[in-house]
Write a protein that binds this ligand. Sequence first.
Ligand code: CA
Length: 643
Amino acid sequence: MKKLILFIVATLTLVACSKQPRLEDECLYSKSKTQFCFWSPVAEQMELRIYGDSETPEAQTFALKKDKYNFWHQTVKGDLAGKFYTIRSRQNGEWAEEAPGIFAKAVSVNGTRAAIIDMSRTNPDGWTDDKRPAMTDPTDIVVYETHLRDFTMSVNSGIQNKGKFIALTENGTKTPEGLSSGIDHLKELGITHLQILPMFDYGSIDETTLVLGNYNWGYDPINYNVPEGGYSVDPYDPAQRIYEAKQMIQALHQAGIRVVMDVVYNHTYNVAGCALGRVVPEYFYRLNADGSYANGSGCGNETASDHEMMRRFMVESVCYWAREYHVDGFRFDLMGIHDQETMRQIRLALDQIDPTILTYGEGWAAMSPAYPYEELAMKQFTYKMPRVGAFSDDIRNALIGSPFDHLRGFASGNPQGRQALCFGIAGGINYDEKEFGEGWSGEPMQHVSYITCHDNYCLRDRIEVSAPEETEATRIRMNKLAQTAVLVSQGMTFIYGGEELYRTKRGIDNSYQSPDSINIIPWENKQLYNDLYEYYRQMIQIRRQHKGFRLGTAELVNRHLDFLPTEQESLVAFRLKELEGIDSAKSLIVVLNGSAEPAETNIPMGEYVVLAQDGKANAEGLTTVSTMQLTVAPYSATILAEK
Ligand code: CA
C-alpha cells in the first residue's frame, strides 16, 4: 500500500512538473504578484529588470532560475501594474543587451521595454459580447486589403482620427460630395474581410515623432504580440494601443466585417535589435553553412520555423491574437520561408479556437531559404496544407501581366496567359490537367484569386504602364474585365483596397515608404469614377448572390464547371451548369473578351437574365435575353444567369 501511494505521488509530481510553460506566459500579472518566465537554452545566467517607467535607467534587478525545460522563472511580489521590464542573458561569459521578452504583450513607446499591465482593463465596453460575423464557406469571402494610413489619411476621407486604429470606428463619415467613406464604405461595397497591413509593433516608424507623418508598410517586426504604437492616439500609454486595436476590431465586427491580420514571422527588423535575436541569438534564425544569417526574406535574415520553439512561438502568437483580440484570419508574409509542418500545426491550433479563422499567405520567398525546398510552405505544396491558402500569381499574371515585365495580360489584350486564367477560374485544383496543368490547391479555398495587392503596381498604374497608348476609357474597361475574372473565379477572392476608387500610386510599384500623397486612397474619386465604383460594388453583389461562382469544393467544381469552346484565343467562356439546389439560377454563363474587337460566341440556348455586359453590372439584372449567340463588347465581360 505504501509503495502504491508513493508511486501515485511520484506520478502526480511527474505530471505536475512535466507541464512545460507556454511562451505566452512570460508575464502573468495579478494585483499581489507578477510571475515571469522566459525561455533560453543557452543562457548561463539570466536577469530580470523592473523599471518604474519607460525612461529611467534605475532598475531593480532579479536573478532568474532555470527549470528543466530551459525556462527561467521569477515571481515578484506586489502590484507591478504600470512598471516596465526587460531581460538580459549571459552567454559565453558575456552579457547580451537587454530586451523585452519575446512574448511581450504590452510595451513602452518604440517597444524598447515590455510593460506590465492588467490586460483585463484593456477591453472596450461590450468586448465579452463581441462575436465574429457569420461565415459559412471560405470561398464566400471577399477580402479587401488596406493600410490604415492609405484608407484614412486623405483630406477627403471625412475621417477624424486619420491613420489610427480608431479611424475604423467612425460611423457616418462622408466624402466632400456626401458619399459614404471609411467603415460605411466597406459595408456598402459588400466585402466580408478586411486585411490590414502589419498592425503589430514594427520598427520603421519612430513613435516619438509621429507628427512628421512618416509612412511605412510595416514589414519589420519588433514585438510580434503588441499592436503598433504609431496607430494609437497615445503610443506612450502601453494599454491605450491595445484598447484601441480592440475597439477597431469590435467596430468592424459590428459592421459585419471580419479582420485579417498580416503577420510577418518570416524575418525580424534586424537580429541585434530584436528580442528574438538578443535573447537566444542564432536559435530563432536559419544560418548558412558559414555561420552567417540566411536571407530568404531579402531583409537580412530568415526565421527558423522548423526549430521547435520558433514553431511554438508562431503557433502561440496567432492563437493569442485570435483569442485576446478576436482576430479572424492571418495572412502570412513570405509563407514559403516557413516549413509546411508549422503551417499545419497553426491550422490545427486555430481550429481549437474557431475553425472559421482563415489562414493563407504568400507561397513564395524573396530569395532561396536555407531549408529543403520540398518541406517549405511554397505555393506548389499548398495541397499538403489543408485549409491553408496561397496567393495565385497564376491568375494575376494571366490577367494583367507579370510584375517582372510591363507586358499586357489577358484583360489588356494579350491572350498568352489564357490557360493560366482558366486554371485560376477553376480555383487552382486538379481540373483538366491535360489542358491546364496540375493543380496546386487541394480545394478552391486554397487558391487566393487576385490581381493586385500592396506589392507592385496598383491596377490603374499596371494597365497604364502596359497599355499607355490606350485611352482612359479603354483602360477602365480593362480594369473592370480583370476584376470581373477574379470575382467569378472559384477560389477565395481578394481585392486591393482603393482599386474600386481608381487609385493611382503615380507609377510607383514599391510604395513601402512613399509619402501619404502616393499611398492615400483618393476619396474624391468615389464621385469622379462612380461608374467604376458601382461596377465593383455590383460585381461583389453578383458573386455573393450566386453560389455557382463559389461552389466550395474541388468535386463540385469538377462536376459543374465547363469551359465552352471559342474560336478566338482572346475569348474565355465558361458555364456553371445544373445549379438547381445550389443557386437561384439554373446555370451561369461568363464570357470574357480580352480583345479590342467585339467577339461572337455560341452558348447553350436559354432564357437568361443579363447580370453584366459592356462594362455595366447589376446583381438584379440589366435586361433579359433569350438566345444561343452572344456578342461581347471589346474588353468586357458578359455574365448571364439562366432563368
Ligand atoms: Ca513601433
